[in-house]
Design a binder for this molecule. Structure first.
Ligand code: S3P
Length: 435
């Protein structure tokens, strides 16, 4: 159990750790590349270590991974688009690795791979990638037709047009990777836009990839040359301090060099609608991604109102919806989150784990099939919660503790290391007014 007491305020400046989504893509695309790729600011966390171990198992050479908590420059010597050797791959807890990597492997004839991971990974569906990949000609076997372990036997692929049934950047990215080795173009139609990091990075590495209204189209490629990739700070990690500063009296925090790609900034728009005071000052670009300085101040709970969160906003804030629900407990009125059934398929069933955590701390939450209603009461009492091995629920508990009346005990705080091993240290530095 780790205890978080209402000891605020949070003050100071911080560069949150590098972006997890972008780091996964950088390691994979570097491994697909010719020659050596330097990745500046690769996230050093459990999930992204799984991706480095995976590309090493496939034959890529990785050098320069530093001390936990720091973001080193690493060098990856790629194996080329068709050069991955057969392997059994442990993806750990990394859903992004589980869904993206098969796209690259599926078209490499003669190879055989098995992907498996921890207990949480074994509950994460892979039929969402297996169905369209098979349509392209891929040979895949998974447990009960939808779960890992996933076996892949390389086979010739044909480009397809695929309309995704749910907005998923992971499915889109998987199919774009597969399209590199397919015959003819591959078109992915997305009803609602999701994060576009893969498109940006593939284009920078020389792939022909373009957006056409609601689709992304990729042409087959002979080779990729990523050269150098720089990674901005992760808005999904910054989000915990944004919300902590918003809720804890007297706080003011500045977060530096944060990725503010518009496909990731849904939380900032939602919080502003609730009454938060958040300023974003653009800081240029890093690795083809826009970055900015985010300044956030405490506002009194009376200034925060409940809101409706649904439709196109859901994919733009998918990983931050736990924090939206937390802020909703402090706001006036009801917040309704709809169209978010995908939350049930994350590192935990987040509709259940968010509701359980908030209820245990004195919040009033009704769950629905595709979301939840949170009845704001101007604050949270506090209590004891379980992360259920989910990094974002663990960090939510810490933030809730600081903002609560009586503090919060979190069981399973170690899960934070999946995306943010230095979370407690960084939080401590802001509580000391440092940074
Ligand atoms: C991710 C996409 C999102 C997100 C996940 C990371 C990615 O998942 O929830 O944490 O890196 O592509 P979906 O694309 O499945 O919604």
């Amino acid at each position: 159990m780790t205890r978080f007491d209402p000891t605020g305020p949070l003050r100071g400046r911080l560069r949150p750790p590098s972006d997890k989504s972008i780091s996964h893509r950088a390691a994979l695309i570097a491994a697909m590349g010719e020659g050596e790729t330097a990745i500046k600011g690769y996230l050093d966390a459990a999930d992204t270590r799984s991706t480095l171990a995976a590309v090493e198992a496939l034959g890529a050479r990785v050098e320069g991974l530093g001390v936990a908590g720091l973001e080193p420059t690493i060098r990856v010597a790629g194996v080329g688009l068709s050069g991955a050797r057969g392997a059994r791959i442990d993806v750990g807890n990394a859903g992004t690795l589980l869904r993206l990597l098969p796209g690259w492997l599926a078209g490499q004839e003669g190879g055989e791979w098995t992907l498996d991971g921890d207990d949480s990974i074994r509950r994460r569906p892979v039929d969402r990638i297996a169905v369209p990949l098979r349509e392209m000609g891929a040979r895949l076997v998974c447990r009960e037709e939808r779960l890992p372990p996933l076996q892949i036997t390389g086979a010739p692929l044909q480009g397809i047009t695929y309309e995704m049934p749910v907005a998923s950047a992971q499915v889109k990215s998987c199919l774009l990777f597969a399209g590199l080795l397919a015959e003819g173009e591959t078109r992915v139609i997305e009803g609602l836009p999701s994060r576009d990091h893969s498109e940006r990075m593939l284009a920078a590495a020389g792939a022909i990839v373009r957006r056409e209204s609601d689709s992304v189209v990729i042409e087959p490629a002979q080779r990729l040359e990523p050269g150098e990739i720089a990674i901005p700070a992760d808005i999904s990690s910054a989000a915990f301090f944004v919300v902590a500063a918003l809720l804890v009296g007297g706080s003011e925090v500045v977060l530096e060099e944060v990725g503010i790609n518009p496909t990731r900034t849904g939380l900032l728009a939602i919080l502003s609608r609730m009454g938060a005071e958040i300023e974003v000052e653009p800081q240029g670009e890093r690795g083809g991604e826009p970055t900015g300085r985010i300044r956030v101040r405490h506002v009194r709970p009376e200034q925060l109102q409940g809101v409706e969160v649904e439709g196109a906003e859901i994919p733009l804030a998918i990983d931050e919806l736990p924090l939206v629900a937390l802020v909703a407990c402090f706001a006036d009125g009801t917040t309704r989150i709809r169209d978010a059934a995908e939350l049930r398929r994350k590192e935990s069933d987040r509709i259940l784990t968010i509701a359980a955590a908030l209820t245990a701390m004195g919040g009033q939450v009704d769950t629905t099939e595709d979301g939840m209603e949170i009845h704001g009461a101007g604050g949270l009492r506090g209590g004891a919660i379980d992360s259920h091995g989910d990094h974002r629920i663990a960090m939510l508990g810490a933030v809730a503790g600081l903002a609560s009346f009586q503090g919060v005990e979190v069981a399973g705080m170690d899960a934070a290391a999946v995306s943010y091993p230095g979370f407690e240290v960084d939080l401590g530095s802001l509580l000391d007014g440092g940074g």
